[in-house]
Write a protein that binds this ligand. Structure first.
Ligand code: ZN
Length: 178
């Protein structure tokens, strides 16, 4: 996982499970191996009950997952926890899909946009308003400039293609690894 992806996941986790549990997720992301709650508690030098609370929080949101086995001697279940990479990739993909939607909406807006703006205070005016004010800003008197959406459209097209490719690549990758 790239450091940017990790950052995204951690900031998402912060909103969902709070700072403390996010610290634990960060720890597990770096570890990458299965660990029991006891092992985690020992390594972080925290009470196992506290670790368990955070583990449940994280698993509720799908960030981590567990496998359990029965201890032959004590008959108790042992839980092995690890980061749920499939789910995390899905979360990242959903975020990208959301960004893509917003970019496309913005692109649609830009497509038919035609307006004037004041370079001084960045206020936009449609053609009628600009004409009414003799193509001068009613606020400060600066000559209004015609807005050229070509550059913005080119940039949006580029971004949209880029994210679409990423989503396609990562979706394929995800289904192959399952
Ligand atoms: Zn102005």
């Amino acid at each position: 996982m790239s450091s940017r992806a990790e950052e995204l996941i951690l900031s998402l986790a912060k909103d969902l499970v709070g700072e403390d549990a996010t610290e634990l997720l960060k720890f597990l992301l770096r570890k990458r191996v299965e660990m029991t709650d006891d092992d985690i508690a020992k390594e972080l030098n925290v009470k196992v009950n506290e670790i368990r609370k955070k583990l449940y929080l994280l698993s509720e949101q799908g960030f981590i997952t567990y496998r359990k086995t029965r201890d032959k001697e004590t008959g108790l279940f042992i839980y092995y926890w690890k980061v749920n990479l499939d789910q995390i990739n899905e979360l990242l993909l959903n975020r990208k899909r959301l960004v893509l939607e917003k970019l496309k909406a913005r692109y649609e807006q830009e497509k038919d946009s035609l307006y004037y703006y004041c370079p001084q205070d960045n206020i936009q005016y449609n053609f009628d308003e600009a004409l009414e004010n003799e193509f001068k800003c009613p606020k400060c008197g600066s000559p209004l400039e015609y807005y050229d959406s070509e550059k913005t459209k080119k940039f949006l097209e580029y971004k949209i293609k880029q994210i679409e490719n990423e989503i396609e690549r990562e979706t394929r990758h995800g289904s192959n690894s399952r």
